[in-house]
Design a protein around this ligand. Structure first.
Ligand SMILES: [Zn+2]
Length: 268
C-alpha cells in the first residue's frame, strides 16, 4: 500500500458499516489515540464490553471504532439517526447492538417492555467474521459437546463457546428431576438459516445458539398478539447466563427455547 491513504467513500460506511483497511491506514487513524487499556474513558461502554468478551479477535477501540487484531476496523455509531426498532434489527450498527442492557437473574422486568430484547439486534458482520462467513466455514469450527440428556451435540469452539456450553450442560444435569424434561429432545444447535420471514441470519448459523425442548417452549410468532408467555423455569436461564449465554425468554419478541452465547451482554 505504500504511503497511500485510502479514502473510503462515506456511502461505503453506510452500506457496509465497516471496512477492512491495511496496516498502513490503521496507523494513520490510530496514531494520536491511546489504547483501550490506558484510556478507557474515551471508549463507549458497548465497545469496552466487546473488548472484554472477545480478546482473541479484538485489539482495541477508540471513541467510534473497533480495531480487530487482523487490521479490520468496524464503526461503532453509523450516524444514522432515529432508526425505528425494526430498522435497527434490519440495519444495525454496533451501537444499536449494544444499546439494550441484558439483565441477568430472576429479578428482571417480566414481561419485557415493548421492543426490549437485548441481544436480538445483531450486527452480522461482527459474528460472520469470528464464527465463519459460510455454512462450511462455521462447520469447520464445530466440536462435539456432551449435552445434559447424555446426547452429543455440536457447537462452535470459537471464543470458548463449546467449553461454556459444556459447563452449562453439567450444571443443568445436576438440577432436580423435574427440570430434566426441558433438556430432552432439544430443538437443536447449528443450522445455517435466516430467521423465519427475514433476511437476517439466525444465531444458530454461527453454531453458538441452542434451542431446548420446544414442547415446553413459547415463541412470539406462535401467538398472533405477541402476549408474553413462558413456561421455562428461570433457574435454567440463570445457569446459562452464568456461562455467557443470553435467553430469548427475556425478549419482547420472546423465544423461550432459545439461548445464545453472547458474553458481551452477560459480562460486567
Ligand atoms: Zn433458537
Amino acid at each position: 500500500m505504500g504511503k497511500r491513504i485510502i479514502i473510503i467513500p462515506l456511502l461505503f460506511f453506510f452500506i457496509t458499516g465497516y471496512v477492512k483497511c491495511s496496516d498502513k491506514s490503521k496507523e494513520h487513524t490510530t496514531v494520536h489515540l491511546e489504547r483501550a487499556d490506558s484510556s478507557g474513558k474515551s471508549i463507549p461502554a458497548g465497545l469496552q464490553k466487546l473488548l472484554n468478551a472477545y480478546p482473541e479477535f479484538l485489539d482495541h477501540a477508540d471513541e467510534n471504532n473497533l480495531y480487530w487484531k487482523d487490521g479490520t476496523v468496524m464503526i461503532y455509531e453509523d450516524g444514522i439517526k432515529d432508526k425505528t426498532h425494526d430498522e435497527k434489527l434490519d440495519n444495525p450498527d454496533i451501537e444499536d447492538m449494544m444499546s439494550q442492557k441484558y439483565v441477568k437473574g430472576s429479578n428482571w422486568e417480566e414481561p419485557p417492555a415493548k421492543d426490549y430484547e437485548p441481544g436480538r439486534i445483531r450486527y452480522e458482520p461482527f459474528f460472520l467474521k469470528m464464527y465463519g462467513n459460510s455454512s462450511s466455514e462455521v462447520k469447520r469450527n464445530l466440536v462435539k459437546v456432551k449435552w445434559a440428556d447424555g446426547s452429543m451435540i455440536e457447537f462452535s469452539s470459537i471464543n470458548g463457546a463449546a467449553d461454556s456450553l459444556a459447563k452449562v450442560s453439567e450444571e443443568l444435569s445436576g438440577l432436580p428431576t423435574e427440570f430434566q424434561k426441558y433438556f430432552r429432545n432439544i430443538g437443536g444447535t447449528f443450522v445455517w438459516r435466516n430467521i423465519a420471514g427475514t433476511d437476517r441470519l439466525s444465531n444458530h448459523s454461527f453454531g453458538t445458539a441452542i434451542d431446548i425442548n420446544t414442547k415446553y417452549s413459547d415463541y412470539w410468532k406462535w401467538n398472533s398478539n405477541v402476549i408474553y408467555t413462558n413456561r421455562i423455569p428461570v433457574e435454567i436461564a440463570e445457569i446459562f447466563e452464568k456461562h455467557g449465554f443470553i435467553w430469548g425468554g427475556k425478549w419482547y419478541h420472546y423465544d423461550t427455547m432459545h439461548f445464545e452465547y453472547r458474553p458481551e451482554l452477560t459480562g460486567d
